[in-house]
Design a protein around this ligand. Structure first.
Ligand code: PLP
Length: 360
């Protein structure tokens, strides 16, 4: 791919803060971004330019009808000083799944891979090294056609921006989350866009998240539309751990995002590294299991969240159910250490899961 570079002079570039506490999740930007436009059936003008506003017509389809999708991936600095992408090809595949789901153009996966490596290569000094930190990668795409009428755009822009980050949840790994279980709101429905990272799914989760906060919880654990089965959290898949140390993840459905983190944990299970499987999980048996002590730990899985422990569930009637002693359990901690250890190069990862960022 031919990429045009328009880089800031070294004197105009900002620098990475020294400390992870100055990297709240999602807040920082690096100096540059990658852009490419889709017009007349082809991808054109791939470029790395200073991070800044993107011109967009007021009638752009993305602004009115929500034709917008995104991904979240991470890169890590390893002890050898090099930067490694974690399973980025899975994100490249999934953004095209999302694109198909809302009738957008697909972007060739090799183009995405080259774009992300070249951008990170320009921004090398922005990849932090501290524990619980990473270079978060946010690829996204939106419909740019200036047309009022509910139909797919005929033009798109694909962009990659970078954000060095600390942990997703304030307090990091050591603090357990509280989740609200409610029948009042649903994230996605069968036959809808729940398996995709479509912007509208996240818009729909904002009010439920506010409601969760008003009830003293951090987030909602969504149920399926019949209010019978556990689905997922707005930003991560869910798991619980049985007494024998097995992680149980709700079976993927057409209203659950197929998390790359969950899928990776299931691959680790298939290789005998952890005990994990998927099941349809009834809400009533889940609550019963937590109360009886059959379920000893719980948490969430996701690129941003990594492995995030959950200590309490707040039910519709205000009852609070505590998992174990409510604190981070040993199985959750071990999984986090294994997962993060592989990502950061401290524990060997299976071949192909890490890709060293090239020098161009
Ligand atoms: C709704 C939802 N579920 C699950 C996840 C976790 O998916 P992944 O592990 O691919 O980041 C995310 C985050 O991407 C998400 O937004």
């Amino acid at each position: 791919m031919n990429i045009r570079y328009e880089l800031l002079a070294p004197a105009d570039r900002k620098k990475l803060p020294n400390c992870v506490s100055d990297m709240p999740f999602g807040a920082l930007r690096t100096n540059h971004m990658f852009l490419v436009d889709y017009l007349d059936g082809e991808w054109r003008d791939a470029r790395i330019v200073p991070y800044g506003p993107i011109p967009l017509m007021p009638g752009a389809v993305a602004l009115h009808y929500g034709q917008a999708i995104f991904e979240g991936a991470k890169a890590f600095r390893h002890p050898d000083g090099e930067i490694y992408l974690w399973r980025f090809e899975k994100n490249a595949e999934r953004i095209n799944h999302s694109a198909r789901n809302i009738c957008m153009a697909e972007i060739p996966e090799d183009m995405q891979q080259e774009a992300v490596e070249r951008l990170i290569d320009v921004e090398r000094e922005w990849c932090p090294v501290e524990p619980e930190s990473a270079l978060y990668i946010r690829p996204f795409m939106f419909g740019t056609q200036d047309i009022l009428g509910v139909r797919p755009s005929d033009s798109y822009t694909y962009c990659i921006m970078l954000s060095p980050c600390g942990p997703y949840y304030k307090g990091g790994f050591s603090k357990s989350l509280e989740l609200l279980i409610t029948c009042k709101y649903h994230r996605a429905v069968s036959g809808g866009t729940g398996t995709s990272k479509v912007a509208g799914n996240y818009a729909a989760s904002l009010l439920p998240a506010e409601y969760a906060h008003s009830q003293g919880a951090d987030q909602v654990l969504y149920l399926d539309c019949t209010n019978t089965y556990l689905e997922e959290v707005g930003t991560m898949n869910h798991y619980h751990v049985l007494k024998d140390g097995t992680f149980i993840i709700p079976e993927f459905s057409d209203s659950i995002l197929k998390s790359i983190t969950s899928s990776t944990v299931l691959e680790l299970a298939a290789a005998g590294k952890v005990k994990a499987r998927q099941e349809h999980i009834r809400l009533d048996s889940f609550i019963e299991g937590v109360k009886s002590g059959e379920i000893i730990e719980a948490g969430g899985l996701g690129t941003a969240a990594v492995v995030s422990p959950v200590g309490k569930y707040i039910l519709e009637d205000g009852t609070v159910v505590t998992v174990g002693d409510g604190r981070v359990g040993e199985h959750t901690r071990n999984l986090y250490e294994l997962y993060n250890g592989m990502q950061t190069g401290k524990i060997p990862a299976p071949a192909g899961w890490l890709k060293k960022v090239g020098r161009f």
